[in-house]
Design a protein around this ligand. Structure first.
Ligand SMILES: Cc1cc2nc3c(=O)[nH]c(=O)nc-3n(C[C@H](O)[C@H](O)[C@H](O)COP(=O)(O)OP(=O)(O)OC[C@H]3O[C@@H](n4cnc5c(N)ncnc54)[C@H](O)[C@@H]3O)c2cc1C
Length: 329
């Protein structure tokens, strides 16, 4: 049995929940496995309607477990108990913060194999072949799961697609309640505070919106790009030549040797679009480029492109943003 773990955080179904359901549907069909979903203990009970297109037959929700939502180790113990009760041999999670914490806890509890941050899977006569990145974006490492022992598997959120395939049969899932006895469980860790990420300091590989400066920026325009990032409360990235100038730390460099990113929006300012840079931004949902050279390769790889000189564009853009924000981030 394949058990997929859903986060169900917030009112709307997250892209990662939809993506992991879509992946579970496909893996279940490939391995001819029965599958169902469970909500992380302590999360909100979901509205079943948005799950219908993915054809998940059943969603299991833990009830009467107050306090568990703030303790990842208790969540892991309960999910392991549920996986055992359900006779699950494959447990699938999105590689979100919660998924990354729960997966090793679950694997340890179940004495299962662990494979994290998978980017692709395919089936062959030996079982399922899983792929993850190694040494940057160019090299992939494959491993086979032969089903001889349970497997806990996480998939990167950038590799998850929310697309509903024609092979998926829409059905409203059955919501079932599970009432585990938690009286004997004592937490080893407790979350005392959740601090929202600061786009100025967050790891660029996790950033939602990035404005990136290339060699087309001089010291003055680079400061304007930094100001733009501050006012819009978005993350700053750079290309290698900008990093080489010593204007930022290595953690801001994006590309093949720098960080691979997957934001909702990537704004490329004064970036030519070399393959070394493009390799790190290809998972961006939307790329908008500004370059004064209409033949710059970045345009062929962007969703939207503007031929403009940053020296003229940035002062005007900043003025508008300052007016809209009142000068505060
Ligand atoms: C092994 C290897 C690994 C590498 N890894 C990375 C990596 O991880 N990340 C990375 O970024 N690079 C990497 N590089 C370098 C890469 O090949 C490119 O040299 C680099 O990405 C180019 O950066 P750029 O676009 O900022 O600069 P350029 O290629 O010099 O482009 C600058 C662009 O700015 C435009 N421009 C100039 N002035 C203005 C203006 N006033 N207004 C608007 N546009 C303007 C120009 O038309 C031009 O297109 C690597 C190279 C190698 C060999």
């Amino acid at each position: 049995m394949l058990l997929v773990i859903l986060e169900c955080a917030g009112d709307e179904v997250s892209d990662s929940d939809k993506g992991i359901l879509s992946a579970a549907n496909r893996i279940g069909a490939l391995l001819e496995m029965e599958w169902r979903a469970a909500v992380i203990p302590g999360a909100n009970p979901p509205d079943p309607l948005p799950f219908a297109p993915y054809g998940v037959p059943e969603v299991i929700i833990a009830a009467n477990i107050s306090g568990v939502g703030d303790s990842p180790d208790l969540q892991g113990k309960l999910l392991a108990r549920l996986a055992r009760e359900q006779n699950a041999s494959l447990i699938l999670l999105p590689h979100t913060d919660a998924g990354a914490i729960l997966a090793p806890l679950l694997a340890a509890e179940l004495e299962a194999a662990l494979f994290t941050e998978a980017i692709a899977f395919r089936c062959d006569d030996q079982g399922i072949q899983l792929q993850r990145r190694a040494l940057g974006v160019q090299i992939a490492r494959n491993r086979n799961w032969d089903r001889s022992r349970p497997l806990v598997l996480t998939m990167t959120t950038s590799s998850l697609s929310q697309v509903v395939l024609p092979s998926m049969k829409s059905s409203l899932p059955l919501l079932t309640t599970w009432q585990p006895d938690v009286s004997a469980l004592t937490p080893m860790t407790t979350i005392i505070q959740r601090i929202p990420p600061d786009p100025q300091t967050v790891d660029v590989s996790e950033a939602e919106v990035i404005v990136s400066a290339g060699k087309g920026c001089d010291p003055h325009t680079f400061n304007q790009v930094k100001e733009l990032a501050r006012l819009l409360n978005i993350s700053l990235g750079v290309t290698r030549p900008v990093y080489d100038l010593g204007w930022t730390g290595f953690e801001r460099m994006i590309g093949q040797t720098g960080r691979a990113v997957a934001p909702r929006l990537y704004l490329a300012l004064g970036i030519s679009g070399s393959m070394h840079h493009l390799g790190g931004i290809k998972d961006s949902r939307r790329i908008v480029a500004v370059n004064r050279d209409s033949k710059a390769p970045i345009f062929a790889n962007a969703d939207e492109g503007f031929v403009a000189d940053l020296k003229e564009l940035l002062p005007r853009l900043l003025e508008q943003v300052r007016q809209a924000t009142g000068g505060a981030a």
